[in-house]
Design a protein around this ligand. Structure first.
Ligand SMILES: [Zn+2]
Length: 83
């Protein structure tokens, strides 16, 4: 995410679950996956979260949820995989 404002907006939609470490997304979803509108562009909330932590997701890769919770946006629960 580009700026502090976007990160603040993002965290407004997150509920951390201490037992599992999951960050449950409470904003908009599609197919149970979180979506967020940043600067007029709708993007996947899990990718936005991961990229804030680790930088750009390489082209051709997607994120897999290690915790199997689709609406989780904790970057530590997301692993990039090819395909
Ligand atoms: Zn999780």
């Amino acid at each position: 995410m580009k700026n502090e404002l976007a990160v603040d907006k993002f965290m407004e939609f997150v509920i951390p679950v201490t037992e599992t470490g999951c960050w449950l997304w409470t904003g908009e979803t599609r197919n149970d996956y979180g979506r967020i509108n940043i600067d007029g562009q709708e993007i996947k909330a899990d990718i936005a979260s991961w990229e804030t932590q680790y930088g750009r997701l390489p082209v051709g890769q997607r994120l897999q949820h290690k915790c199997n919770v689709r609406c989780c946006v904790n970057p530590d629960h997301l692993t990039p995989i090819v395909g």
